[in-house]
Design a protein around this ligand. Structure first.
Ligand code: ZN
Length: 340
């Protein structure tokens, strides 16, 4: 007779999972894209539930304003300037040392998405921006990988399962990226940690069902407001004219780019991603630019403050520049200090 591992005994005994379901969960590979308010809760749930291999992909580092809702992080992570993916893996290793946990500190983009998700069974959306979700939709359709969309703002959140060939895709109900400024952001509207927790827990539950190929996989999208106490469950129809799932036009995946910049959600910050991955030698950068001001660095990031402007450089050459007026100024500053 097969033995239920002690660690998972309370979960494997649950009627919807069972020993066979637990074994499937243990053999699964999940990528969490964005390790923030949603991603930390999802990663925590899935690591404890015994998902065998979890790849955490995030482009950012831990800051004080994250601690209100990004439940894997603490003040020491802020003091140590740790990238979110690295800090999350360090904490989760102490929770479950029997699974594989991978940290990828990178911007998921059209050049690396297929490679980073090639061996993955399920993708969890912990992102905070439309660009990455449209890209995820393309790559998951192309590679036939299910993904679970989640989004939260204020006291409101929604989540839906997107299973290629079975459900509507993201572009069936969101045909194009909305105009800039048409929606709020976490910094302009705020966000409650209760709704991020709730949406993440619904998404994590569906994750287990999808990994087990359960007959109970939810077919509807759910919309919840914890302040107004509203709950709606709506089946989103497949759009027969959808360019992505119907016509297989993967516009966001096919737009492979050179060096590009993005304004980060609600941070007054610009991210610069060089067209080619670079290998930055922080000691060399400090020596070359020591006249500019104060440097701090560890094995993952280098931080430089020049007046109000704060530059965070990652080892792959990516940079996040805070308190800068616009993307052009950020790119000019990057080119001046680090070359392109
Ligand atoms: Zn579609």
């Amino acid at each position: 007779m097969r033995h239920v591992p002690e660690r998972y005994s309370r979960q494997a005994i649950f009627h919807g999972i069972g020993l066979a379901g637990q074994e499937k969960i243990g053999q699964s590979r999940v990528a969490v894209i964005g390790v923030g308010a949603l991603g930390t809760v999802i990663a925590n749930n899935l690591a404890r539930a015994g998902v065998g291999h979890i790849r955490l992909i995030d482009r950012d580092f831990v800051e004080l304003s994250n601690l209100q809702r990004q439940t894997l992080f603490n003040e020491e992570d802020v003091r140590n300037n740790l990238p979110k993916a690295v800090a999350a893996v360090e904490h989760l290793k102490n929770v479950n040392s029997e699974i594989v946990l991978e940290a990828v500190t990178s911007d998921l983009n059209a050049s690396n998405a297929e490679m980073l998700l090639a061996d993955i069974d399920l993708v969890m959306d912990g992102t905070d921006n439309y660009e990455t979700r449209f890209l995820l939709n393309d790559v998951c359709l192309k590679k036939n990988i299910p993904w679970i969309h989640g989004a939260v703002l204020g006291s409101y959140g929604l989540t839906t399962n997107i299973i290629p060939g079975k459900t509507s895709c993201y572009r069936c109900f969101m045909p194009e990226i909305p105009e800039m400024g048409t929606g709020g952001t976490c910094s302009s509207t705020g966000v409650l940690n209760m709704i991020t927790g709730i949406i993440s827990c619904y998404a994590s539950t569906e994750a287990l069902k999808i990994l087990m190929d359960s007959p109970d996989i939810r077919k509807s999208a759910i919309f919840i407001d914890v302040w107004d106490n509203s709950f709606n469950s709506i089946e989103l129809p497949i759009n027969p004219d959808c360019p992505a799932c119907n016509k297989k036009e993967y516009h966001y995946l096919d737009s492979r780019r050179n060096t590009y910049t993005t304004v980060l959600c609600g941070q007054n910050a610009v991210q610069i991603v060089p067209g080619q991955v670079r290998k930055m030698d922080f000691a060399d950068v400090v020596e070359r630019l020591s006249h500019l001001g104060e440097f701090q660095y560890n094995s993952f990031i280098l931080r430089l403050k020049i007046g109000q402007v704060e530059i965070t450089l990652f080892t792959d050459g990516r940079a996040i520049i805070k308190n800068i007026e616009n993307e052009n100024k950020a790119k000019a500053l990057y080119t001046e200090y680090f070359g392109l």
